[in-house]
Design a protein around this ligand. Sequence first.
Ligand SMILES: C[S@@+](CC[C@H](N)C(=O)[O-])C[C@H]1O[C@@H](n2cnc3c(N)ncnc32)[C@H](O)[C@@H]1O
Length: 211
Amino acid sequence: MTQQLPCSQTGGSAADYHIHTGNCIDILPELPEKSVKLIFADPPYNLQLKQELYRPNQTLVDGVEDTWDQFPSFESYDEFTRQWLSACRRVLADDGTIWVIGSYHNIFRVGKIMMDLGYWILNDVQWHKTNPMPNFRGVRFTNATETLIWAKKSEKQKKYTFNHHVMKQLNDGKQMTSVWQIPLCTGKERIKDENGKKPTRLRNLRHCLRG
Ligand SMILES: C[S@@+](CC[C@H](N)C(=O)[O-])C[C@H]1O[C@@H](n2cnc3c(N)ncnc32)[C@H](O)[C@@H]1O
């Protein structure tokens, strides 16, 4: 399904923007080859939660239990990952780049598959959450990071966009490093769906697009 995005939400001409909704493995093959300059992907994490998690005050942590995050095995997650990353590589322009965000649950598998498919990693940006959720049971470190892999299409790719000066400006005039300290969205800033829950990565995405 294709939707046109209202101009006011994009800052550009309405005719230039479309939202395609559906399974990306079906939709991406319909797009012309090498037609996309920048891809940002926030794929399923394959969290595989084995039990419910409670805070010390006995309230339930709202984990991801959706069917889109459930895979019967690592092999099936890897196969899904290989399919969407291959489809992305076909549509990526020869001077384009891709960002993929993930946690320790999936990012190492995603990174390996990206390298196997021929992508060439430019950076692994660590998103350091300044307000992470504590590890309530105190059995391991508080997980305060996620990883954003930034990659070009191949090792031999010469050209891609990197707005070095813009990123420097955003970092008080110093070259930006691959560690981004950004709080989790909370309160009103957190976009919610009809079920009342929805993660949002707007702040990271803003950095990636400007870079
Ligand atoms: C980790 S969440 C990303 C959430 C997103 N960043 C946001 O703020 O709404 C993964 C998303 O991938 C979507 N998804 C899962 N499988 C998909 C597929 N085959 N094609 C397209 N989207 C898919 C899910 O619906 C879910 O919204």
